[in-house]
Design a binder for this molecule. Sequence first.
Ligand code: NAI
Length: 270
Amino acid sequence: MANNLLKGKRGIIFGALDENSIAWKTALKVKEEGGSFTLTNAPIAMRMGKINELAQACNTEVISADATSEEDLKNLFTKSMELLGGKIDFVLHSIGMSPNIRKGKEYGDMNYDWYLKTIDISALSFHKILQTAEKLDAMNEWGSIMALSYIAAQRSYPDYTDMAQAKAMLESIARSYGARFAKLKKVRVNTISQSPTKTTAGAGISGFDVFFDFANMMSPLGNATAEDCAAYITVMFSDFTRMVTMQNLMHDGGFSSTGITQEMVDRLSK
Ligand code: NAI
């Protein structure tokens, strides 16, 4: 049921690769709620993914940008404002990639060039997006900028390796830039810490199925799906959340506040 929550608002959505992507579901939800936006992804993902299908469904355009490139980001914001007919109200950073995880490297055997790439792609890109938006004066007042995080920023998980540091940094950038952007333009900046979700990035972590099931059992409401996440992001883009900023918002069915669930007790006492 659509409520026109984002009627008249303009945005940019990063990171829709295929129909499982959190950004893909968000684009559909934002469209349903009356928002208009451009889509963007890295040049390689545009060749491999299906983003053009999504653009057609959302009646919009794709502007290629490597989120680590300041030049690409400048072009993206400038073109998006031209295409959409004004300044931007919402931005979704839904980007994550670790070459170390992709290549199966253990935490005690990190390749440091790849480690830096992980940080650049998955965390520093968020700062670059925020700084580009500020320098171009691209944001409308009371705009909302979101990125997606994971609880491995606060707790250790085997196999999440250097992405844990990337997520901790991402959340820290949201706090630091959130303070700055609030004073400058009343723009709010937050991260959503999402349950394990079956997407290309998610399934790339070894042992994913096990910690997906574990989180599901340890969350009183069960794992939040990508659709649930899209709905939460949409509300965070809306005027109903104007005073929420500099937060890492847990979207995890209660996982982060749970000690143990009865389901887990029953399972372990079998
Ligand atoms: P996904 O694989 O569909 O999306 C990741 C996106 O990052 C892809 O579209 C990819 O092309 C893009 N990307 C990679 N390098 C890029 C670059 N240099 N420039 C621009 N874009 C680039 O997977 P998903 O799960 O939708 O990931 C979205 C976000 O959600 C990520 O930040 C991820 O860490 C986060 N997240 C995912 C969870 C999961 O279990 N799937 C749990 C919690 C957070």
